[in-house]
Design a binder for this molecule. Sequence first.
Ligand code: NAP
Length: 327
Amino acid sequence: MTTQPNSQKIYVAGHRGMVGSAIVRQLIALGTDPANIIGRTHAELDLTDQAAVRSFFANEKPDQVYLAAARVGGIHANNTYPAEFIYDNLMVQANVIDAAFRNRVKKLLFLGSSCIYPKLAAQPMAESALLTGFLEPTNEPYAVAKIAGIKICESYNRQYGASHGVDYRSVMPTNLYGPGDNYHPENSHVIPALIRRFHEAKVKQLPTVEIWGSGKPYREFLFVDDMAAASVYVMNISQGVYQTNTSPMQSHINVGYGSDITIAQLAATVAKVIEYSGEIRFDTTKPDGAPRKLMDSTLLKNLGWSPTVDIESGISRAYQDFLTHKA
Ligand SMILES: NC(=O)c1ccc[n+]([C@@H]2O[C@H](COP(=O)([O-])OP(=O)(O)OC[C@H]3O[C@@H](n4cnc5c(N)ncnc54)[C@H](OP(=O)(O)O)[C@@H]3O)[C@@H](O)[C@H]2O)c1
């Protein structure tokens, strides 16, 4: 892997979000001068506003862009606000990628999501599963926007790669967790939701914690600092290696942990980290969702990157963050 060039001006879109802030930490850990990293909050720069985005790029002239800004949310939010999920994400991506191109940014990394893959994709889900079947209906608008993000990057590469040196890449993360996560009681992903529930049960000395579903489905989880490390790694793979291992119309790379665990194992791990000693009960009258959702991360592994944070250490670090900021 090449090291992060220190003189480059790097724009991290979504630098205050869970992934964006981890990318900033990773860039600094690799020796990037913090003064060379730029970011704007949503209040300072609405990325759905094309004129504002163009003006920002024209003024700042970054060399590289990490596109980690997006409207994200769980099933409830996706179902309630489908128009905002598709519109905001399409606009953010189109505005940022096009403004990057217009201002001669050669290197950009777009963050997608594992929900781009069909609902019934063969497990583990390889990059080649994209556009081979129907999407999960609950987050289809969001997934369609993410697929468009990959295709915008590919189209700019195909049209402007040779003439302008454009090299825009995409990574598809599995479920992420870690510092900066959303611990909202009703609208959070499974790990932050379990952390909050087990923590509250411990504090209130409740005898049981009830989990929706049978606990049997398998899910994959990646610690967010691993995701950030993978993002910087993929950004810095040489163009020759990247192009040899992808194709112009299938250029995205999966970023997963490489193995999955059951929800029951996950709940037991969270209980262990939090030191909750009561009983864990499963409410089998509630739906389970897909039996398994695992990414095939062989390509990234073959390119030389693997995660380093196991689930128990990751949850332990996430819990420390929860206690500091959210409890
Ligand atoms: N978290 C996961 O498990 C996961 C899994 C797979 C993929 N991803 C992908 O990773 C990326 C980052 O996700 P995350 O978990 O870090 O989400 P996050 O914590 O919600 O961060 C997203 C950031 O984008 C900003 N943003 C959203 N809309 C904006 C707009 N119109 N203008 C300017 N800024 C805007 C948000 O600011 P405000 O909060 O102020 O709006 C926030 O700082 C997303 O592309 C997501 O799809 C995440």
